[in-house]
Design a protein around this ligand. Sequence first.
Ligand SMILES: Nc1nc2c(c(=O)[nH]1)N[C@H]1C(S)=C(S)[C@@H](COP(=O)(O)OP(=O)(O)OC[C@H]3O[C@@H](n4cnc5c(=O)[nH]c(N)nc54)[C@H](O)[C@@H]3O)O[C@H]1N2
Ligand SMILES: Nc1nc2c(c(=O)[nH]1)N[C@H]1C(S)=C(S)[C@@H](COP(=O)(O)OP(=O)(O)OC[C@H]3O[C@@H](n4cnc5c(=O)[nH]c(N)nc54)[C@H](O)[C@@H]3O)O[C@H]1N2
Ligand SMILES: [Mo]
Length: 677
Amino acid sequence: MDVKPANLVNISPDPDFPVNQGRMCIKGFSAAELLSSEERVTAPLKRNAQGDFASVSWGEALDEIATRMLALQAEHGSDSIAAFGSGALTNEKTYLLGKFMRVAVGSANIDYNGRYCMSSAAAGQNKAFGIDRGLPFPVSDIAQCQTVVLWGANSADTLPPIMQWFEKQRANGGKLIVVDPRRTETAQAAQLHLQLTPGTDLALANGMLYAALEENLIDCNYIAARTNGFDELRRVALDYPPARVEKLSGVSERHIREAVRMLAKSASSMVLSGRGPEQQSKGTDTVLSFINLMLALGKVGLPYSGYGCLTGQGNGQGGREHGQKADQLPGYRRIDVPEHREAVAKVWGVDANALPGKGKSAYELCDALGPQGGIRALLVFGSNLSVASPGLTHIHSRLRELDLLVVCDSFMNETAQHADFFLPVTQWAEEDGTMTNLEGRVIRRRKAIDPPAGVLSDIDILCPLAERLGKGQYFRYGSEEEVFDELCRASSGGVADYAGMSYDRIDREQGVYWPCPSAEHSGTPRLFAERFHHADGKARFHAVQHRDAGELPDCDYPYYLTTGRYREHYNSGAQTRKMATTLSRKPEPRLQMHLRLARQLGVADGELVLVESRRGAAKFNVQLSTEIRPDTVFVPFHWGGKSAANLLTNPALDPTSRMPEFKVCAVQITPLVLNNL
Ligand SMILES: Nc1nc2c(c(=O)[nH]1)N[C@H]1C(S)=C(S)[C@@H](COP(=O)(O)OP(=O)(O)OC[C@H]3O[C@@H](n4cnc5c(=O)[nH]c(N)nc54)[C@H](O)[C@@H]3O)O[C@H]1N2
Ligand SMILES: Nc1nc2c(c(=O)[nH]1)N[C@H]1C(S)=C(S)[C@@H](COP(=O)(O)OP(=O)(O)OC[C@H]3O[C@@H](n4cnc5c(=O)[nH]c(N)nc54)[C@H](O)[C@@H]3O)O[C@H]1N2
Ligand SMILES: [Mo]
């Protein structure tokens, strides 16, 4: 293999790769900056008696971590040790972390940052279709679709490589509808922009269904042949006349009708959702309302049509399939189903009764840190949760109560500042593995360079740690490929079945789509053409009702705050705030505010304001704009410290997905600069 020194790495995309056809975004192009960054940590660190970090050897770090874990286990039980994983991890790491917590530690408490990401879309798809794969078709299908709705996704900034399929779709005469409280760059490219009030997506979708019923746009034959539960939904939908929905959502009756006509009368149409409607305390029901609409119009499973969810992190899809979720075992199996436990225990060579049950979801896990909640030790693999979690003041106080915090990362970040041990890990270009993309296509991530001396892969941390916990016999692998082969066996017979895959095959075929149950099976690029994944082959309608967000504006906190992303930064900013290319283009977060609201408050562009919610306060310079609703302000969540958006956000959780309400809370805004008005 051609292994180059890090400072010579030159990133160039592959024009023949079918998904992006040679396009990348600025974060991808600049990612090599981090490989040779001076800020990189290259030796394990331990906090000393003075509270400072000091380098220690790997042996010393792992010995002491294991000793402390065993002591906590003996005193407080195995569930007192928790892990927080990530959609940034390869499938191999995801799988191994899940196995490590269940077999080496015996703890139920493992969850990951994907809970903050796509869990509502996952829960909705599982309920309606019996299966959860981001898109049930290849991304290239977008180009052939007549009407696409991007519902709360700002893909022009967050998925730039995918925009080529929308450009082709437009060139083919296709239409785009965007639903977003902001007129984003994505919305500017749309024929119709529905600029709704934050948190009213479900009402809007039900209003569209009402209009479809009234205008005879629904497909009764499809509903009879392929679905269950429509009568109950119809009764509920009749509570959503467009005139009422206009009052709730701020979207005019005319636009509600226009949108549903475009969807219904197009030979092919799809709704693709992003985090806007999903990251709400009713995210699962909202996703169900989109699926209801597309099923009622008879579109799901038709060529170039249906519902899909746009994936977030690099391995957002694979990360939610192989057991780092609190309720899950590999292959998208459920940890509370006896046959699923049996199947996986057999592959692992352990007794199914010894496997723990369901653990706590990401936010609930963070909330339970410390003696009160019962979690004494936390191992973090691939998340800067002390910037990314809602209601940060509370989370920071919880982190301080831990007996043991171990952070595995390549760089110090706000979470690592609280750690007792920091273990430095390899980055993407320095290790082998696989990722599963939004199409359910499993692809390779190949090692291109050697890691710096002193850092280890997460896999090379987990296995020796398991050894020290007395469970080494279950964690002996010669390579990432051996972990993958075991993952494939463990997923066999599950919903996300990888049994027919191997590194060689993935290489030969430029990726393999799951389910792929055997070496002879060709993989499954398209789902639902004939049947859905419930036992009877039918999809299920769910009679979902609008409900208010966990918090609405009132006299004390009169404005909506919503949060999201900049093109130049990634998630908690742990990586992109360290990259000169991205930081110089976007050096700070700005509070996007409509001119009219700014005039009312007496603030000018660039001036500093204090933003307060019931949970905390943060400071931002204002960015004046006409591209946002006047009742709503927006900030990205890419920064920590005093400008952390999550000091303000509301940890109200969705009852099914346990997703926090990142997209809606109520705030007060006070100018901090005296002005001459
Ligand atoms: N540049 C960049 N790209 C990224 C990331 C990044 O951090 N930076 N992160 C990756 C990850 S992990 C993810 S999950 C994806 C996320 O990708 P997106 O879902 O596209 O990103 P967001 O900016 O979180 O949210 C999308 C839009 O939702 C809108 N919104 C806010 N509230 C509401 C609401 O109540 N209803 C509706 N309909 N819309 C609302 C916001 O105004 C925003 O424009 O991006 C991935 N790609
Ligand atoms: N207010 C608000 N909050 C949000 C959101 C929002 O829209 N609004 N979005 C939510 C969403 S969708 C997401 S996905 C989360 C993301 O937020 P986080 O969970 O904080 O994710 P990242 O910022 O991507 O942090 C990833 C960390 O993992 C490290 N890393 C990368 N690869 C590896 C690896 O292989 N091994 C190890 N050990 N470490 C690795 C990186 O160096 C980085 O420090 O934030 C959520 N929080
Ligand atoms: Mo995400």
